[in-house]
Ligand binder design. Sequence first.
Ligand SMILES: NC(=O)c1ccc[n+]([C@@H]2O[C@H](COP(=O)([O-])OP(=O)(O)OC[C@H]3O[C@@H](n4cnc5c(N)ncnc54)[C@H](O)[C@@H]3O)[C@@H](O)[C@H]2O)c1
Length: 437
Amino acid sequence: MNIAVIGTGYVGLVTGLCLAQVGHYVTCIDIDTNKIDQLQKGHSPIYEEGLDKLLRENRQQKRIEFTTDYDMGLADKQMILLAVGTPQKNDGSADLGALFSACRAIAEHLSTDVIVVTKSTVPIGTNERIQDYIKQHAVNNNAVSVVSVPEFLRQGSAVQDTFHGDRIVIGGENTEAVETVAEVYQPFNIPIIKTDLRSAEMIKYASNAFLAAKISFINEVANLCERAGANIDDVSRGVGMDKRIGNHFLKAGTGYGGSCFPKDLSAIIAYGRKVEQPLSILECVQRVNEKQMDILAGKVSKRFRGLKGITIAVLGLSFKPNTDDMRNAPSIPLIQKLIENGANINAFDPAATETAKTLLSDKVFYYETIDGALKGADCSIIITDWKEIIDYPIKLFKKHLARPIIFDGRNCFSLKIMKENGMEYYSIGRPAIFPIS
Ligand SMILES: NC(=O)c1ccc[n+]([C@@H]2O[C@H](COP(=O)([O-])OP(=O)(O)OC[C@H]3O[C@@H](n4cnc5c(N)ncnc54)[C@H](O)[C@@H]3O)[C@@H](O)[C@H]2O)c1
């Protein structure tokens, strides 16, 4: 099928390339000329494992093209995917400005009957509005059917998730359009759930809200473990082995971040308020997460009796490993707080440094290696559990740091190894380790 994807970010680019890989002809459209320039030259503007290979192969096979030109991009397409951002507004609700601007472009360039598939995460009722909006602004009488196919990929494993997702949700009021979308996705061989538009929209928000709740839950238990003298790693394992609970998203840490959980939680909470059905559990989930982001700064400050003048090697900046994405990364408020309180920051990240430079204080020093960031620092804070950081030899922490002290926000290392290496080690939900003197 000839498909257009509007919005060539994490979701749009990955979806476009994966659809091309299973044999469709895809045109990705974006208003960001820089991004499209890079893609036209064969370079991916984002970091995702497997993406470069897909880009290379599908450009060679002429199954994918990139443009900023809606005229060319939408011509002769039977299906148009909407994958633009839906960021958070000041009041917590979703900003649908980019989405409706893309819908306007669809309406103005309509030349055949099309199915519009919404991949962007949108509040309940939005797909009905999209249907009405395009109809109202359409330049001719072509039929438009809006179908909701919410996206569940995770950054860091986006390609793998697209080919091996748990389910594909297809919501729509037009049965024929729903069946056509199901055929397009059939080569992925993933279970498909067909439903109405509003339920599809709700499935996406309810899924993210549940996962965020699991994270805040285990973080609260972790904080309790510290007071109780228990070990959250064992507690998580023991709890997660119960099949009714499951072991995913039970890893204690410095809280969730990223481009989805914070904004999607805010949006569903805002929607609940609007329809006078407040979501009190989710309001708590948000509060717990905000508090959790402060935990490491508090531990460092307590250990050094203040932060003024100390140098901290911060390892990992992206909101999670295997991505260069810094949106709502816990590293941002943490580093801001450390700097405000007088600390000097040496930072290392395998992929997010360039983005970080545009977001963090210009007082941060960036290093290309972990060695460089650690050299002479008073302690190290680990925020993102990149493999490079987990695999970094403990003896090198000891060699390069001025004092052998680690604050680990992701519980990367075993307490036993820290003890054996004579490190002073603070993690989340586990007893602190002090060198034997
Ligand atoms: N990133 C994820 O992990 C993820 C997972 C599931 C769902 N989602 C949802 O998918 C949507 C997209 O997220 P993302 O992370 O890919 O966003 P992104 O910011 O990476 O990409 C959005 C792209 O849309 C482009 N754009 C904006 N307005 C446009 C317009 N009028 N015409 C053409 N292009 C336009 C931007 O330039 C940008 O390249 C959001 O609603 C998000 O909540 C994201």
